[in-house]
Ligand binder design. Structure first.
Ligand code: NAD
Ligand code: MN
Length: 499
């Protein structure tokens, strides 16, 4: 069956065919800028659909794993060319189903293409290493073998980049995959599946199953034919997946929540720091895992920093992300909208001072969209919920610090440890921060955002567990390392008595 036109329900993609869910049920997604507008209709899958995809992947995996990696790389280069053709369509899909400003969506698609290019090239590397053996006439080396079948479970906030930064390394390493996108963002996922189909991947190597994680997630984690799970999402769900995977001794990679802080020292260049914090806190409507959720400001510069922060925040325009003039777009769903409004209420009740924004934008001109003003809290008690929990919206909490040690102490006071930054001109302070802050990524004189595809991405503490994504480490999760000892000596010899 081929994929029907965009008016009909979109299908799952299993074993090289576009197929409906065994349930026959579908669900609809809406545009968060005007929830009366339906974006599309998608399969509400059941465990049986997930199992069918696992069966297809298990069937395809051995041959795919034996294909020389450079040949798999050629298929990824083909998919890259198709991405290039569909950039605008993908960016629009992200904005209408997730809400983020269109420029951010385009940037996200470009980032996904960088990853594809990087992973495709890795087909000609996928290095192991050789080392001298302790025995004469013996070769000792390592090589990589694919895991086999890998489940890829992703969140809604980067509906293209996060899937591709898992899918591309998984494929180049020779795994067959089942991709389960967030239930809120199946349109971008469907386009990704169409691209890999057109690139000519063998049937069953790439499978897409849409629907709620609660109904199909367990199968994708627990089925014994699944050898690894690469998950990005909330700490709550990731913790459960990690525990379930551990019971079956499965490889699990879990990239989780964040509560990222930018530190602004007295000597900071505020021309850099203030726009960096504004972009970090309110860009992509604060719905980035690396968003700046906290600013920690040294006391001597606090007044001036706050004045400039509020001035620049008040210049942001809020509106439908499809209009390129808007800086801040709607939250991506009713539930995000409810959560963020609840946190704003809790912040005030817990004694923080609302320094800017704080309102949901309602009225006919907002068309029921999930808009919340960029919001800034000061005087935030360190043990309060808005100081400690991931809000995942355009809400910034501001703290004052006595010196760099105090700033790092505040930065480290949360359970999360994804990303952070410091603005200072002082190398001693910068290194005190770099060496003691508890985050997987550190930035000096730059926002908490971002990451380049050839460098590892991931967090410490409750922000993640398992091997890093991207960079050369990004291929480690998707392969097993095999160690080979080849005795090429002529005749018999004494063996080691150890191990
Ligand atoms: P979520 O945990 O609610 O969902 C993530 C995925 O898990 C979705 O596809 C969902 O359907 C699926 N899922 C739900 N229940 C499941 C179950 N029982 N078994 C298996 N899968 C299940 O997260 P979200 O709301 O989609 O995304 C937002 C979160 O993602 C935030 O916490 C954010 O910080 C985090 N995030 C982290 C990174 C990172 O790299 N560290 C990047 C982006 C987003
Ligand atoms: Mn969620």
């Amino acid at each position: 069956m081929s994929q029907p036109g965009s008016e009909s329900p979109r299908m799952n993609f299993i074993g090289g065919e576009w197929v409906p869910s065994v349930s026959g049920e579908t669900y609809r997604t809406v545009n968060p800028a005007r929830p009366k507008e339906v974006v599309g209709e998608f399969q509400a899958s059941l465990p049986q659909d997930a199992e069918n995809a696992i069966i297809a992947a298990a069937k395809a995996a051995p041959e795919w794993g034996r294909m020389p990696a450079p040949q798999r790389g050629s298929l990824l280069y083909k998919s890259l060319a198709i991405f290039e053709r569909r950039v605008d369509e993908l960016a629009r899909a992200i904005t209408v189903e997730e809400g983020k400003p269109i420029a951010d969506s385009t940037g996200e698609v470009k980032r996904a293409m960088n990853i594809l290019e990087y992973a495709a090239g890795e087909g000609r590397r996928l290095f192991g290493y050789t080392t001298p053996s302790e025995l004469p006439d013996t070769a000792a080396y390592t090589f990589r073998r694919p895991l086999g079948v890998v489940s890829i479970i992703t969140p809604w906030n980067f509906p293209v980049a996060i899937p591709v930064w898992k899918i591309a390394p998984a494929l180049i390493c020779g795994n067959a995959i089942i991709f389960k996108p967030a239930s809120a963002t199946p349109l971008a996922a469907t386009i990704i599946a169409e691209i890999f189909e057109e690139a000519g991947l063998p049937a069953g190597v790439f499978n897409l199953v849409t629907g709620p994680g609660g109904s199909i997630g367990n199968t994708l984690v627990e089925d014994p034919r699944v050898n690894g799970v690469s998950f990005t999402g909330s700490t709550e769900i990731g913790t459960r997946i990690y525990a379930r995977g551990a019971e079956a001794l499965k490889k699990i990679q879990a990239e989780l929540g964040g509560k990222n802080a930018a530190i602004i020292m007295n000597d900071a260049d505020l021309d850099k720091a203030v726009p960096g914090v504004v972009q970090g806190a309110f860009g992509s409507t604060g719905q980035r895992c690396t968003a700046t959720s906290r600013a920690i400001v040294e006391k001597g510069v606090y007044g001036e920093f706050m004045d400039r922060l509020i001035e620049q925040t008040s210049a942001l325009t809020v509106g439908d992300g499809i209009n390129p003039d808007n800086d801040v777009a709607p939250l991506s769903s009713q539930s995000q909208f409810d959560t963020v409004r609840e946190y704003i209420g809790v912040g005030t009740e817990e004694g923080a001072k609302l320094a800017f924004g704080g309102r949901a934008l309602e009225g006919p001109e907002w068309e029921g969209g999930y808009y919340v003003e960029p919001t800034i809290f000061t005087d935030v008690p360190l043990d309060s919920r808005i100081a400690q929990e991931e809000i995942f919206g355009p809400v910034l909490t501001v703290f004052q610090a006595d010196d760099v040690q105090d700033a790092v102490r505040i930065s480290n006071s949360v359970q999360f440890g994804l990303s952070s930054s410091i603005y200072t001109r002082d190398l001693v302070q910068a290194h005190e921060y770099i060496n003691t802050v508890e985050t997987g990524m550190v930035h000096v004189n730059a926002p908490t955002l971002g990451g380049e595809v050839h460098l590892p991405f991931g967090g410490l503490k409750a922000s993640g567990v398992g091997q890093r994504e991207q960079g050369t480490e990004g291929f480690d999760f998707f392969t097993e390392t095999i160690t080979a000892y080849i005795d090429y000596s002529a005749g018999s010899r004494e063996r080691s008595r150890f191990i």
